[in-house]
Design a protein around this ligand. Structure first.
Ligand SMILES: Nc1nc2c(ncn2[C@@H]2O[C@H](COP(=O)(O)OP(=O)(O)OP(=O)(O)O)[C@@H](O)[C@H]2O)c(=O)[nH]1
Ligand SMILES: [Mg+2]
Length: 365
């Protein structure tokens, strides 16, 4: 039987302009034929009858799904370093973009939300092509309006996806906003390099007695979940630290590409686990035996093989990440540690990057 709720959901689905399937479940309980006729009135094609409990029709459903999923697109590696400039509306992204690009490509304006698309510019720095992307501002959650603003969020997300390194701008005049943290979190989740950029520093430095050394610890505190991200104070008006950003992006890119020899990793693993063996439950103490870096991952990623790894405490994973960074750096980029049970070949647990390691942040002078 079709309910009012069914009709409403069907309408929503059809309006979404996405492929829609009508899945009629629990067909084992009904005579098939007439049920289907009824559901045709919802106007959705194809209709697939399933019985989840009897596993009927599920294969067909998957089969149909696979047919419409687009093929994975492989981004060609043209050797460019891609940088996305992110931040709330009006923080000075386009101004910085122009300063970096040295050409008037993006619109700079007083009104919030003037850039609606991703603006791109390619500049040559240190013998290498850098592609800079200026994104539209990300609005605070509740304030995202349907339409253009919604698309700007999507664009920012897509800029993060395309980028190797992201500059997260925060307005020196208006700090500690939750949304800034959210953007930084999105970058971390996407596994991209991150620089925390205080913009419009000229406006504060000139007007108040506030110094960088006053402000840096306060800001750092709000970004404890990305302790590895460098913090830099800039001004597009005076040009302060602007080219320093290019240097940072390059350094972060180098860090991300760094490969550590397996023999060194294992020596390191033995040292840190000897120093602090992972705690466990009675006879279920986790043991970590062997470690290797993944080859083909744009995010520095490590597999650590062991036993009882699911009993590893998150604080221990954090300890490992911190210790790894002490020796190998990886400034400005997330790293992933995967814990793999020796006997079963499946991954479980999360990267400790989801925990909060807390070494001192590098503040750029
Ligand atoms: N004092 C000072 N003002 C700046 C600086 N950078 C940008 N501004 C001003 O801040 C305002 C917004 O700058 P935009 O570059 O348009 O900001 P945006 O982040 O691109 O804004 P949307 O595209 O709307 O999200 C303009 O009035 C700029 O002149 C800076 O370094 N110092
Ligand atoms: Mg702009």
């Amino acid at each position: 039987m079709i309910t009012e709720e069914d009709r409403r959901v069907a309408k929503l689905g059809l309006k979404s302009k996405k492929p829609v399937f009508l899945v009629v479940n629990k067909i084992d309980k009904n005579r098939k034929g007439d049920q289907y006729l009824d559901f045709q009135r919802l106007g959705i094609k194809p209709i697939i009858g399933t019985s989840a409990t009897h596993r009927e029709g599920v294969d067909e459903l998957l089969e149909r799904l696979v047919q419409i999923i687009p093929e994975a697109s492989i981004v060609e590696d043209d050797g460019r370093l891609r940088i996305a400039i992110l931040g709330r509306p009006n923080v000075g992204k386009s101004y910085l973009f122009n300063t970096l690009a040295k050409k008037q490509q993006a619109i700079v304006a007083d009104r919030a939300g003037t850039t609606r698309d991703i603006n791109r510019a390619t500049v040559r720095y240190n013998g290498r092509d850098l592609e800079i992307m200026d994104t539209a501002g990300i609005r605070r959650n509740g304030k995202i309006e349907v339409g253009i603003e919604k698309f700007s969020v999507i664009r920012s997300l897509s800029a993060i996806e395309q980028a190797d390194v992201c500059f997260m701008l925060m307005d020196a005049n208006e700090l500690n906003v939750q949304l800034d943290q959210k953007i930084a979190g999105m970058v971390k989740e996407a596994g991209k390099g991150l620089v925390l950029v205080v913009s419009k520093w000229d406006a504060v430095e000139g007007r108040t007695a506030y110094t960088r050394d006053d402000m840096a610890p306060q800001i750092s505190q709000n970004y404890e979940f990305v302790p590895w991200a460098p913090l830099i104070f800039t001004s597009s008006v005076t040009g302060q630290n602007v080219t320093r950003l290019f240097e940072l992006a390059e350094t972060i890119d180098e860090q991300r590409k760094k490969r550590i020899k397996t023999v060194d990793l294992n020596r390191w693993l033995k040292q840190v686990t000897d120093k602090h063996p992972p705690a466990g439950l009675k006879n279920r103490a986790p043991k970590l035996n062997y470690m290797v870096q993944e080859d083909d991952n744009p995010i520095p990623a490590f597999k650590i093989f062991g036993s009882h790894t699911k009993f590893l405490h998150w604080s221990y994973k954090r300890y490992l990440e911190r210790a790894l960074r002490e020796v190998y750096g990886y400034e400005g980029t997330p790293v992933q540690l995967w814990f793999i049970e020796k006997h079963i070949t499946h991954k479980h647990g999360f990267s400790p990057t989801k925990g909060d390691a807390k070494p001192p942040r590098k503040i750029q002078k």
